[in-house]
Ligand binder design. Structure first.
Ligand code: FAD
Length: 472
């Protein structure tokens, strides 16, 4: 094997890169090392697997190991890359006890991120979970299933599933009260999943609104809707400790001193990029702590690339490096790097932080710069307007209020960001705003876009256009 393209991490960024490289240059050797057993899986679907809407774990896989190998990828599951030597151009691989050196021609670090639970004490107690991967999702669903109904084979996943851990949870008494710590998008999605199992759900968030990255209008709407849906919100409450007896969680303790008896907790307070592999290398990290990359995903060291949740990317609005770990940018950057190392130099593009979340029957979307402080730091003079308009013609059944917030630069009128919330296909409308950001449109230009109109889908003036009219 000469000059191989070596990929560390076998999910969104890593396998997109490996597949694209093989398609671009079918002669190039491509080796993917994945430390776990799962490859090409959808983290994003795991809350819906826990909820029970997605039946089996294999439903969350997009590429099987066999299909990856048919593409000519040398896929090594259960192989952890433990060191990188950028002078020798080798990686050290731990294959379950035996180690070996693998030379590379080009190297992609696509190691993703991990869920964090620090600084909360007690996160290792039984009954406390994070959600980052299919084994976590399986363990949570096992824990929710009454022991006499539990059947590990029904979860699916075949030999990739960590069965002993999942079976341990399947044998435990099912919980009645759960604390979800952190009301970001994972916390909100998991509140809905736990509610579907008839648990008494308590959602803790240290700021005054849930989904803080989506802005005030979305946060207020989500607050009201979660309460209507039966979730107890503890806003402005910072969880500092999880207590338990006999190794099992039984209490949540907040900084304010308030406590709640629980028998399960889901900690969803954030993620951290898996950069440790590069600690002893000259590869530079950016200010966010993720790997600094250029427009083609190259790091500061020749022949070493990084993509996905482990890497920074240029921000669509500011043009400066940002860390917005999301699924599409990971896939897109991986694919671009695969093309580049295959001989077709392709930029990774930019990231606007375009995100959507479903909170029970409410849909939310956000993109770009919403926060005025962040916009000012980037040199803009931000101004925002929030409007509420119907999602369809008023006379057509199913119309629902849709609230749109737009933020623009006062001097130039350039659109900087926006958010949307509503019950009728609100989230997907964020793509209009994301496209406008990508095109560096002003609010006036957005207002003049020729969006579709027919009563079942939209009023004559789509809520996005109404917002642009008001802000312009
Ligand atoms: P990952 O998917 O984390 O894959 C990294 C892989 O690298 C892992 O398989 C890991 O085992 C492997 N690895 C790590 N270190 C090593 C090593 N040293 N050696 C070998 N292998 C290694 N994004 C959205 O855009 N929309 C959503 O709705 C959404 N929902 C989400 C819901 C949840 C619960 C979670 C956790 C994430 C969600 N995301 C969502 C984020 C999205 O899943 C990630 O942005 C995306 O998976 C990142 O892909 P990646 O390849 O960079 O990293």
């Amino acid at each position: 094997m000469s000059d191989p393209f070596v990929v560390v991490g076998g999910d969104a960024a890593g396998l997109s890169a490996a597949s694209k490289c093989r398609r671009t240059d079918p002669e190039r050797d491509v080796v993917v090392f994945e430390k776990g057993e799962w490859i090409s899986y959808a983290h994003c679907g795991t809350p819906y697997f826990v909820k029970g809407e997605v039946d089996r774990l294999e439903d969350l896989l997009s590429l099987s190991p066999e299909a990856a190998e048919e593409r000519g990828i040398d896929l090594r599951r259960g192989h952890e890359v433990v060191a990188v030597d950028t002078d020798a151009e080798t990686v050290t691989v731990d294959a379950g006890g035996t180690t070996f050196e693998q030379p590379y021609g080009d190297l992609l670090v696509a190691t993703g991120a991990r869920a964090v639970s620090d600084p909360i004490e007690g996160a290792t107690l039984d009954g406390v979970f994070t959600l980052h991967g299919l084994d976590h999702a399986a363990a949570i669903r096992a824990y929710l299933t009454p022991p006499d109904e539990f059947d590990v084979a029904a979860l699916g996943g075949g030999d990739a599933l960590n069965e002993p851990e999942v079976e341990r949870y399947g044998g435990m008494t099912s919980p009645e009260t759960v604390a979800v710590v952190g009301a970001g998008y994972v916390g909100v999605e998991m509140a809905e999943a736990f509610d579907a199992w008839d648990l008494d759900v308590h959602l803790f968030q240290r700021s005054e609104r849930p989904v803080p990255g989506f802005g005030e209008a979305v946060g207020d709407a989500v607050t009201e809707h979660l309460r209507e849906s039966g979730v107890t919100l503890h806003l402005g409450e910072e969880v500092v400790r999880l207590d338990g007896e006999a190794g099992h969680v039984d209490r949540v303790v907040c900084e304010s001193g308030s406590e709640l008896a629980v028998d399960a907790a889901l900690v969803g307070i954030g993620i951290r990029p898996n950069t440790e592999l590069l600690d002893d290398t000259p590869v530079e990290l950016g200010a966010s702590g993720a790997v600094a990359t250029d427009a083609h995903g190259r790091t500061s060291v020749d022949g070493v690339y990084a993509a996905g949740d482990v890497a920074e990317m240029p921000h669509t609005v500011t043009g400066t490096a940002t860390w917005d770990p999301l699924g599409l940018p990971a896939n897109r950057a991986g694919r671009a790097i695969g093309a580049t190392v295959g001989g077709d130099p392709t930029p990774v593009g930019s990231v606007a932080g375009t995100a959507m979340v479903k909170a029970f029957d409410l849909e939310c979307g956000r993109t770009g710069l919403l926060d005025h402080d962040r916009a000012r730091e980037a040199g803009f003079d931000p101004v925002s307007e929030t409007i509420t308009a119907g999602s369809r013609s008023g006379y057509y059944p199913g119309a629902a209020e849709t609230t749109v917030t737009l933020t623009a630069d006062r001097d130039t009128g350039r659109l900087l960001g926006g958010s949307i919330v509503g019950a009728d296909r609100a989230a997907i409308r964020i793509d209009t705003l994301a496209t406008a950001l990508g095109g560096e449109m002003t609010v006036a230009e957005l207002e003049r876009q020729d969006l579709g109109y027919a009563p079942p889908f939209s009023p004559v003036w789509d809520p996005v256009l109404v917002a642009a009219k008001v802000l312009n």
